[in-house]
Design a protein around this ligand. Structure first.
Ligand code: NDP
Length: 402
């Protein structure tokens, strides 16, 4: 029986709140706080439970966060605001002696650059305070790291290659929309690609490398090599991996819109002067694009996200292993009012919180998910709406891509 404080009431925060409320034996009290309190109130109304309450906070300010946390005294803060708020929320958790969990690593607002160093730098302070910080506990990062840890524990003596494959085969019927926060999404995709090879990071031009990959019950989809944050922690935590890459599917229509957005300067993250008012073009674009939270109603199709791993099995014989989850947009919407991209992020965040509160993932310091025992988390995934499947001994398709 424990109280959690969820910060952020977007697509992911909504799913986390629904899933916590579905598990009252673990989450006896839920507080959801965000910049816009009316959004928290709407989530609480939809859930309609006496165990959920709402509050307001600007999470860019440590003093406001400290007051909020002291007002509610939770056992854990679940940060599902934006990556910009990670450090202020971690700082406030240290000041109030509360443990921490998030789903995306820190990014400075004025630089489209993400890496774990800023958050890993908090390790000693969390350790000394006896507090746990669980980083990157969504799907990717999150389940992708847990899948990798599960493969290492149960199947491999030596993992050699890892390809994380993320397909959204859904159709929301809009000409252009992003599936999660447009600002964060466009910043991520328009960066250079990067992958890990023999101890070095290899940089590519944005979306330069792509190939069709076949996704279970979906078929072949053009998949693009991107840099994704969990690659950084996974190659550190599993040093036998020689090559690690991340792939995401995009349709041609999406890419054409993205190219136009960039060419006309709307992806810029620096301030421009517009009639005496300073605006950031990408933030303005977010205001006019469809809200990802409103995509759910007409969303059809599935996501499929998994890890394709090769290496030597427990008897040192070559092994190809593919572990994945397919998630239906319609089923996610029916259950939580949100589409599958928010659902596949919010469910693992709730399970990570459950792992912490049940004492299974409690260790003072700052940790990535793959550093904990994957088994109890894997056992919860199907129970909480994200069943996983394995394909053993088949061609992983990824070796032929150059
Ligand atoms: P949304 O934009 O839908 O929601 C973000 C929420 O955070 C909004 O409620 C917003 O409030 C709130 N917020 C923003 N700034 C502040 C602030 N300064 N103080 C308080 N609240 C604030 O995003 P998503 O729900 O789609 O994504 C949430 C997080 O999940 C992001 O960090 C994203 O990167 C991550 N994510 C992780 C994935 C994974 O698999 N690991 C996949 C998808 C997302 P307001 O409404 O007022 O703007």
């Amino acid at each position: 029986m424990a109280k959690v404080l969820i910060i952020g009431a977007g697509g992911v925060g909504t799913v986390v709140a629904h899933k916590c409320a579905q598990n009252p034996q673990v989450f006896s009290e839920i507080v959801i706080a965000s910049r816009t309190k009316s959004k928290c109130d709407a989530v609480a109304r939809a859930i309609n439970s006496p165990n959920i309450s709402t509050d307001q906070v600007d999470a860019d300010h440590v003093d406001q966060l400290v007051e909020l946390i002291n007002r509610h005294k939770p056992q854990l803060v679940i940060n599902v605001a934006l990556p910009y708020q990670d450090l202020t929320i971690m700082e406030a958790c240290l000041q109030t002696k509360v443990s921490y969990l998030d789903t995306a690593n820190y990014e400075p607002k004025d630089e489209a650059h993400f890496e774990y160093s800023w958050q890993w730098a908090y390790h000693e302070r969390f350790k000394e305070a006896g507090l746990t910080a669980i980083l990157g506990c969504g799907f990717d990062p999150g389940v992708s790291g847990v899948f990798t840890a599960y493969a290492a524990k149960h199947y491999f003596n030596e993992m050699q290659t890892l390809d994380i494959v993320d397909c959204n085969a859904g159709d929301h019927g809009k000409a252009f929309a992003t599936n999660f926060n447009p600002e964060i999404n466009i910043r991520e995709i328009t960066q250079n690609g990067r992958y890990y090879l023999n101890g070095e990071w290899v940089t590519t031009k944005p979306l330069e490398i792509h190939a069709p990959l076949t996704y279970p019950r979906i078929g072949a989809r053009d998949s693009y090599l991107l840099y994704h944050e969990e690659l950084e922690s996974i190659v550190k935590n599993f040093p036998s991996i020689k090559r690690a890459r991340f792939w995401m599917t995009f349709g041609q229509e999406y890419l054409t819109h993205l190219r136009v957005i960039q060419n006309i300067g709307m992806a810029r993250i620096d301030e421009v002067d517009y009639n005496g008012t300073k605006i950031v073009p990408l933030q303005f674009l977010k205001a006019v694009l469809p809200n990802p939270q409103d995509l759910g109603e007409n969303y059809k199709g599935e996501t499929s996200i998994g890890c394709r791993i090769s290496g030597l099995d427990k008897n040192n014989r070559p092994l190809n292993y593919y572990i994945f989850n397919n998630c239906s947009h319609e089923a996610a919407y029916k259950e939580t009012g949100m589409q599958a991209v928010s659902y596949t992020t919010g469910v693992p965040a709730m399970i990570g919180a459950m792992m912490f509160l049940e004492g299974k993932w409690q260790r003072p310091g700052v940790w990535n998910v793959e550093q904990f025992d994957p088994d109890p988390f894997m056992a919860q995934l199907p129970l909480q709406g994200l069943p996983w499947e394995e394909i053993i001994g088949q061609d992983l398709e990824v070796d032929k891509i150059k």
